[in-house]
Design a binder for this molecule. Structure first.
Ligand code: HPA
Ligand code: ZN
Length: 335
């Protein structure tokens, strides 16, 4: 089973590229860019990755992203992630980036995009991994800053397929960003949003009805609202669930409590994702393996989750068909 999961073709739809920055690269970049870190060693840094909730993680995560300064830095980080994708049989990935984390430090928006896209292009050529880039607005900075960021993004419209919403959820409901998302939709971006990670089901409703999202990132608190569950099921709205993240950030007390497989069995379009793999103890395969080990996920369920990952991606119908056929051939043992 472990081998089956490792080699299974799959897509990742919820990964913050800044959350793939491993301590080793963080220390190298900090030294190169003369940026002080409040930790002396990688071990000390890793030991600090004990979180009580989303906010306790975000503080450390934004601090870590502070070592990224040059185009090469963004390239190095993204290239390392693409190599992980290759080693984990991720054949398609849709990555988030948080431009405000960088532009607020005086870093050029275009340089961030250039570094990330160079590594994504290389990943396509070298490993045949397809990808899309999704811009996430930081909800704690409010709608005016998001609007300014959207205006900056217009110059990179060809590189960015969608906009999303991340950072501190509680107290920053999606409705605050209605105008920003209306403008983004009008300009031709697709939309997604983090909702129902720590926030209530109401935030998921708002993301659907006001932000017109194609997917909900996390969305696990949908379980509290039967009417919402019916809507997600009927419209087959994908949820990009991140099991290891949810346990690390105490959304669930332990993996055994996670309801991803029961959502799958109810027919919801759930997918498995790593969120911030450098901080949460693993990449996509480690998430699949945890579901097997702790929740008893079987082969059929693993294949259904991987199939959902292709169907919920921003791939065209032909690309989806090809990927699903490849997965089905693999599941039958013919790959
Ligand atoms: N939630 C909200 N914002 C984030 C996350 C998350 O899980 N990871 C990185 N930014
Ligand atoms: Zn996330």
């Amino acid at each position: 089973m472990i081998d089956f999961l490792k080699h299974m073709p799959k897509a990742e739809l919820h990964i913050h590229i800044e959350g793939s920055l491993e301590p080793e690269l963080m220390f190298r970049l900090a030294k190169k860019n003369s940026i002080p870190l409040p930790f002396d060693t990688e071990e000390q840094l890793r030991a600090a990755y004990q979180f009580s909730d989303l906010q306790s993680f975000l503080t450390i995560y934004y601090q870590g992203a502070g070592v990224l300064r040059t185009e090469e830095d963004f390239y190095d980080m993204t290239r390392a992630y693409m190599e992980r994708c290759h080693s984990q049989n991720i054949i398609h990935t849709e990555i988030f980036f948080d431009p405000q984390t960088h532009t607020d430090r005086g870093i050029d928006f275009g340089m961030v995009v250039a570094g990330i896209c160079r590594a994504l292009d290389e990943g396509k050529k070298k490993f045949n991994i397809s990808s899309h880039l999704i811009l996430c607005f930081l909800r704690h900075l409010g709608p005016a800053s998001a609007m300014k960021t959207l205006d900056q993004a217009m110059a990179y419209k060809n590189e960015i397929i969608a906009v999303g919403l991340d950072s501190s959820e509680l107290g920053f409901p999606p409705d605050q960003f209605k105008e920003v998302f209306e403008k983004a939709l009008d300009k031709g971006f697709l939309t997604v949003a983090h909702a129902g990670e720590e926030g209530p089901p109401e935030y998921i409703w708002q993301a659907l009805d006001l932000l017109k999202v194609k997917r909900i990132d996390h969305g696990v608190r949908c379980i509290e609202d039967p009417e919402l569950m019916r809507r997600l099921l009927e419209e087959q709205i994908p949820l990009t669930v991140c099991p290891l993240s949810n346990v690390k950030l105490k959304v669930f007390h332990q993996m055994k409590d996670h309801h991803i497989l029961s959502l799958l069995e109810k027919g919801l379009k759930v997918t498995v994702n790593s969120d911030d793999p450098a901080y949460f103890g693993g990449y996509l395969n480690e998430n699949f393996m945890a579901l097997h080990k702790e929740l008893g996920m079987n082969k059929n369920q693993a294949v259904a989750l991987a199939k959902n990952s292709f169907e919920a991606g921003f791939l065209n119908p032909e690309e989806k068909r090809t990927a699903v056929l490849r997965l089905e051939a693999y599941a039958k043992g013919s790959e």
